[in-house]
Design a protein around this ligand. Structure first.
Ligand code: THU
Length: 140
């Protein structure tokens, strides 16, 4: 896999703006839409801790707000001993817009350290395909 330099650069730039005064753990993320465009985000913590947002959430939101609902690749960058992979909730958020085969890169200051298909991070997942037309009825 060729290192996704544009994703890495975008995620690093966003990470520089991380609002992480409580954990001190700055994270940047970037996702690539089907168009090829890249959308980035950083973690945005909150004094009411559970209200904080992960970097992936912010990047996915930017992607969807721009009108793209297919994510073909994603990257997370942080400074941690083991490469930072998306948290469980963000794996599910990615699952909404990305296929099992979509590569998810984990990077640190040295660059991409590991790459995993989304399906390996969230096996046997629940997603949009579980809704059959019948199950979408307003009242069961
Ligand atoms: N965090 C992310 O933004 N993405 C991840 O993949 C892992 C964790 C954030 C949440 C919180 O602001 C900080 O890192 C420490 O958990």
């Amino acid at each position: 896999m060729i290192a996704p330099e544009d994703l890495l650069a975008a995620a690093r730039a966003a990470r520089a703006h991380a609002h992480a005064p409580y954990s001190g753990f700055a994270v940047g993320a970037a996702v690539r839409g089907a168009s090829g465009r890249v959308y980035a985000g950083c973690n945005v913590e909150n004094a009411a801790y559970p209200q904080g947002l992960c970097a992936e959430s912010v990047a996915i939101g930017a992607c969807v707000a721009a009108g793209e609902t297919e994510i073909v690749e994603a990257l997370v960058v942080a400074d941690s001993p083991a490469p930072t992979t998306p948290c469980g909730a963000c794996r599910q958020r990615l699952r909404e817009f990305a296929a099992d085969e979509a590569p998810i890169h984990a990077a640190d200051a040295d660059g991409v350290r590991a790459t995993y298909p989304l399906g390996s991070l969230l096996p046997h997942s629940f997603g949009p395909s579980h809704f059959s037309p019948a199950s979408r009825k307003a009242s069961p």
